[in-house]
Ligand binder design. Sequence first.
Ligand SMILES: NC(=O)c1ccc[n+]([C@@H]2O[C@H](COP(=O)([O-])OP(=O)(O)OC[C@H]3O[C@@H](n4cnc5c(N)ncnc54)[C@H](OP(=O)(O)O)[C@@H]3O)[C@@H](O)[C@H]2O)c1
Length: 255
Amino acid sequence: MAIPPTPTVLVTGAGGRTGQIVYKKLKERPDQFVARGLVRTEESKGKIGRADDVYVGDIRDAGTIVPAIQGTDFLIILTSAVPKVKPGFDPTKGGRPEYYYEEGAYPEQVDWLGQKNQIDAAKAAGVKQIVLVGSMGGTDSNHFLNSVGNGNILVWKRKAEQYLADSGIPYTIIRAGHLLDKEGGIRELIVGKDDEILQTPTRTIAREDVAEVGIQALLFEESKYKAFDLASKSEDAGPPTKDFKALFASVTTKF
Ligand SMILES: NC(=O)c1ccc[n+]([C@@H]2O[C@H](COP(=O)([O-])OP(=O)(O)OC[C@H]3O[C@@H](n4cnc5c(N)ncnc54)[C@H](OP(=O)(O)O)[C@@H]3O)[C@@H](O)[C@H]2O)c1
C-alpha cells in the first residue's frame, strides 16, 4: 500500500510567542509534518533559526504570502496586531500604561485584512484546513481589549473568524483565554462557547497548550468546522488532557 506523503504545515506569526512554539513542535515531529514558518521580518526569522523553510512576508501584502503557502496542506494562523506601550510610562509609579498601534499595523489591517489575505491565499492554494488562533471576549463589543490603542482588536478578529467560517475551507477557530508562558501538557483543558468561560475563575491557558491544540486539530476530523473558547484548569485541579479527539468531539459549536 502506498504511504501518503507527510503533510506540509505553514504557521504564520512563526516568530511570535505562540507561533514559535508551534513551529518548534512541528519540527520535532518530522514523521507527522513538514514544517514551514512565515515571519514578518529577518529579525523575527532569526528568533527561530533561519532555516530555509522560514519565509519572510507581510500578511498585509497578499503577494508575499504566496511563496510560503504554495504546496501547503495545512495553515495555522498565529499573526496578530501587537499594541505598543506609549513612551513615558513608568511601571514603578503604578497605574496602567497607555497603548498605541503603529501606523498601518492596526488590528483592522493585521487581524482583519491580513488574516483575510491568508485565508484567500490558502483557498487559492488548495489548503485542506485552516486553524485560526483568536481570543476570547469577542461577544462583548465593550471588552476592554477593544479600547486598547483604539484598535477594536476583538471586533476585527471576529470579522476574520466569520470570513473563515464562511470560506468553505475546513476550519478550526481557537479562541484562547489569557495566555501564559508556562509549561504545557500538565493541565486539564476546558472548551467553551460564547465567552461563558470568562464568567469563571479559570480563564487562562499556557501558550504551549494552545500550540498543541492547534497542531492536534490537524489530526482529527472532529476538529473541523468548529469554533470554541479554550482555557485550562489550574495544575492538579484535574487530569492533564491527553485525548484531543475527545476534546474536539466535545465541541458542538460551529462559530
Ligand atoms: N496575550 C494574550 O493574553 C492573548 C489572549 C488570548 C488570545 N491571544 C491571541 O493569541 C494569538 C497569539 O498570541 P501571541 O501573544 O503568541 O502572539 P505575538 O507574540 O503577539 O505574535 C504575533 C505575531 O504576529 C506577527 N505579525 C504582526 N503583524 C504581521 C504582519 N503584518 N505580517 C506578518 N506577521 C505579522 C508578529 O511578527 P513580528 O514580531 O515580526 O512583528 C508576531 O510574530 C494572537 O492572536 C493573540 O491576539 C492573546
